[in-house]
Design a protein around this ligand. Structure first.
Ligand code: AHR
Length: 325
């Protein structure tokens, strides 16, 4: 009897250890590798919605716990979100600054709390050093260069002796607005054919794109040869205005857009947009890998730019793969 009791006890012990072991494996599997606080700008565009979705999917893939807050286009909401992340003691903070100025105080608070900060998509302007660790986002300057280079090639092919351009820009003082403009202006500045009639702030919104285009058509009408719009939403807003004013977009006016979301690519295929420069929202993978490196105390690259393409009527547009945003 004694022997049987001992055997039973040993079995029970092994069973208990086995259960504990299972529990441990399960616990480790469910426990996030790090907690990442992300402050997203808002939902102003297909690009932004695609970017949020990509970050959520990659957080799941990498086993990263995500606290993601949507700031609904307000800087003060982003600052409040970053303060909540600090209070919650997340491991890493990431955010896409809506504009470049005004972040020093809150970033100093994150630094004092010992929480590394990653800039995603957009940059900040600060004189203080080391408030952020790195930037993961597009080379907006190069996007502006690609847009202008296309326009020069198009002007060559149409043998145009002058090109009057209207520019609908993204949110004032945002990185893509400033750099897409600078890259474009720098590239056309020595080309005597090119004149900027006016640049106007469309805030990356469809409704503003339509309003801006209405105003530009009222002011310049048939003088306009080309429309350079800083994102697809504003372009999509501008097109019906151009048609209503009696012009054929893509033929009477050269239309250049940025982002290359599916809707704009479909319109490129219809011939109403001539060129769309890609800005990829798929930054989630690089973000997770960088956040994990920071958590482990490893060095990270200061700037990570994804590869980007230019889609235009110079190519066989039927070969463009589905965009996914
Ligand atoms: O910062 C990236 C820009 O922001 C995209 O071009 C635009 O669509 C978005 O709103």
């Amino acid at each position: 009897m004694k022997k049987t009791g001992l055997i039973l006890s040993i079995c029970a012990l092994f069973f208990a250890l086995f259960l504990q072991g299972c529990g441990k494996v399960k616990e480790e599997k469910n426990e996030p590798r790090l907690l990442l606080g992300v402050s997203q700008i808002g939902s102003e565009s297909a690009w932004r919605i695609g970017n949020t979705k990509d970050i959520e999917e990659e957080a799941l893939n990498y086993g990263v716990g995500l606290m993601l807050e949507n700031a609904n286009q307000k800087q003060e909401n982003q600052i409040a979100a970053i303060r909540r992340f600090i209070a919650y003691k997340v491991d890493v903070i990431a955010f896409s600054p809506i504009v470049e100025e005004g972040w020093d105080n809150v970033l100093k608070e994150a630094k004092d709390a010992g929480i590394p900060v990653i800039l995603v998509d957009r940059d900040i302007n600060t004189s203080k050093e080391d408030l952020t660790t790195c930037l993961i986002g597009a080379d907006f300057y190069n996007e502006g260069v690609m847009a202008a280079e296309y326009l020069k090639r198009k002007a060559d092919s149409l043998q145009m002796d002058h090109v009057n351009i209207v520019e609908i820009t993204g949110t004032e003082n945002s990185t893509p607005m400033r750099q897409r403009q600078a890259g474009f202006f720098d590239t056309i500045k020595d080309d005597k054919r090119m004149t900027i009639l006016e640049s106007i702030d469309g805030d990356f919104l469809t409704s503003r794109g339509a309003e801006c285009m209405r105003y530009l058509l009222d002011t310049y009408g048939s003088e306009i040869d080309a429309v350079y719009s800083h994102n697809d939403e504003m372009t999509i807003g501008a097109l019906p205005e151009i048609e209503e004013a009696g012009f054929a977009p893509g033929k009477d006016m050269i239309i250049i857009s940025i982002d290359a979301g599916q809707e704009a690519i479909d319109v490129l295929k219809e011939g109403k947009i001539n060129c769309v420069v890609e800005c990829t929202p798929k930054l989630g993978k690089a973000l997770m890998e960088t956040a994990l490196k920071l958590k482990n105390g490893e060095e990270v690259d200061k700037v990570i730019h994804p590869e980007e393409l230019c889609f235009s009527d110079e190519m066989d547009t039927s070969t463009i793969a589905p965009r996914g945003y």
